[in-house]
Design a protein around this ligand. Sequence first.
Ligand code: ADP
Ligand code: PAZ
Ligand code: K
Length: 249
Amino acid sequence: MILELDCGNSFIKWRVIDSAQVKTLAGGVVGSDEELVSALRSVPDLALRHCRLVSVRSDEETRALTRQLQDMFGVSSASASPVVEMAGVRNGYSEYQRLGLDRWLAVLGAYHIARKPCLVLDLGTAVTSDLVTGEGEHLGGFICPGMPLMRNQLRTHTRRIRYDDAAAEKALLEMVPGRSTVEAVERGCLLMLRGFVQAQIELAAEHLGDDFEVFLTGGDALLVRDVLPRARVLPDLVFTGLAIACPLH
Ligand SMILES: Nc1ncnc2c1ncn2[C@@H]1O[C@H](COP(=O)(O)OP(=O)(O)O)[C@@H](O)[C@H]1O
Ligand SMILES: CC(C)(COP(=O)(O)O)[C@@H](O)C(=O)NCCC(=O)O
Ligand SMILES: [K+]
């Protein structure tokens, strides 16, 4: 069995796949290393042979996690690392090491699937957009705050915007003008997100021509799905790239 991890700024996405790399045996989303360990402990007949991961956390945090996995499950971890070029894709950053590794893997995964120009949108703590040409040239992209950051900025930098997560979820069931603070903020932030992704479609057409694929991933992907009917929603896109960046021999 192989353990795969995508360590984002807010959550760790994990899954266990069989050694032939065909079936997903278990998986989930957890908020901390401790939660990951207990989720793994509850997987029946767990027998990990390998672990591969991508992390946008500090090296220290990532090391603490891999050490724990070694101690608890006897498995060593391979981490995706930055490269200039891989699997027909060329990193577009002037300092390639600075490109977020989750972005890089999502781009690798998307280009591997599409083999044509791609726009890759990842909606997590931050929202990222990356463009790749049909020749595998990564053109760079854009970063803006995601839903969690936008709402928390408003909640922490104003005196009178206060509400809980349950109210937030309910507020997004409709998009008419808000008649309460929670409705006004949640719907306002969602409109910003939708506007951003729609602008990316226009930008991608300018840089890539009209025939490009749109890939949508990240925990908040579903929030913008209805304004991007042509997008392929692939929650495991980063894992697709991880398999390319960290092959098991
Ligand atoms: N099952 C889920 N568990 C946790 N967060 C989720 C889930 N589904 C949607 N979300 C939302 O996804 C966002 C986090 O996305 P994610 O891609 O995990 O971020 P990051 O990679 O930055 O940690 C949050 O706004 C959260 O509310
Ligand atoms: C942009 C990100 C913060 C996104 O992280 P996430 O929302 O997935 O947690 C991450 O990819 C990152 O730290 N990137 C480094 C900066 C860059 O890509 O330019
Ligand atoms: K992201």
